[in-house]
Design a protein around this ligand. Sequence first.
Ligand code: ACO
Length: 355
Amino acid sequence: MNNGLEDVVAAETVLSDVRGAEGQLIIGGYPLVALAGRWTFEQTAHLLFTGFFDDLPDAAEFTARLGAARVNVFEQTRALLGPISKLPTYDGMRAAMAMLPDGTALPDALRLVAAPAVLLPALIRLQAGDEPIEPSSNAGHAADVIRMLGRSDGAEALDTYLVTVSDHGLNASTFAARVVASTQAGLTSSVLAGLGALKGPLHGGAPGPVIDMLDAIAEEGDSVGWIERALNEGERLMGFGHRIYRMRDPRADALKAGLRSFRDVDARLRFAEGVEQVALEALHRRKPDRVLETNVEFYTALLLEAAGFPKHVFTGVFAMGRIAGWLAHAREQALTGRLIRPASRYVGPVTKDAA
Ligand code: ACO
């Protein structure tokens, strides 16, 4: 039984192609290297949305409307921010997003793209005892997030990150979003499904634990000993391995390049590269027949840490980028008009004589 649906093709898409054997990612027809560090997140979201929404304006107007949507979402959710800041940050963000209208048109999608960018900085600040900073409709999407955090550097790196994670084939959260869209439910419902799937440590929940691992190794001062012990205890090393890539995840290097825009990360980067090397050697030695390489989450952790995000919100920042892909996939699926409804094989007992 194929419990993980490996190699099952469950959708045709024009949105992205994960080429595992070559270690390449194509987004909207472009190799990742042509987009990351060159395109803004808004341009990438616009590319993904093309063909899936009526009245899609050009990229400049799309960017302006997204800016207006950030202001609008802030106003709509302002009264909720206090109560939801008592929840874990990701759950608070999801709760506020659940209250957005559940439509299928472009304004619905723009509100949803805007929501994590507005809600996460506001919640981070409230949880630290600071007042939220209102969005600015004129700023770029990533620059506005950095501004709303009360920081001044990191916009470029965050933009690179959001573009890099904007779409990635039929990953677990995107599949969840497409299943919901196939029922002709609205975009908020699809996004909530994506948010639920993204949260787990085997998917978008890995980068926080990458920081835990690096910190624990730094404290112990012995990366070989720490990693051997973790693997002997049957633990998985967060930030390594992938269902599809049989080469290094191309996103890892896109993010590593993005990291270089920060001053003062050299020591942390050198330390992390050392840990990465030890981890890869240990994984290759233990699993010579299974390629276990660095995945996107390892350098995500370092980049988001450098951009000033606390580690418990890393998954929420992932959602900030991946939401563009979820929404485009939801529309692509809904437009097929086909309900996703696979079969299961019953392996339980059948009681012949009902009482
Ligand atoms: N550390 C140690 N061992 C590993 C790791 C790892 N990171 N990844 C896989 N393995 C081992 C498995 O234990 C398994 O060993 P076994 O055959 O003795 O049982 C073998 O390699 C094959 O692994 P699978 O579970 O078949 O690989 P799968 O394709 O299901 O897993 C996954 C992919 C979930 C990403 C896995 O590599 C993992 O758990 N990695 C750590 C978590 C992580 O980094 N997640 C983020 C992924 S990227 C993303 O979703 C955005």
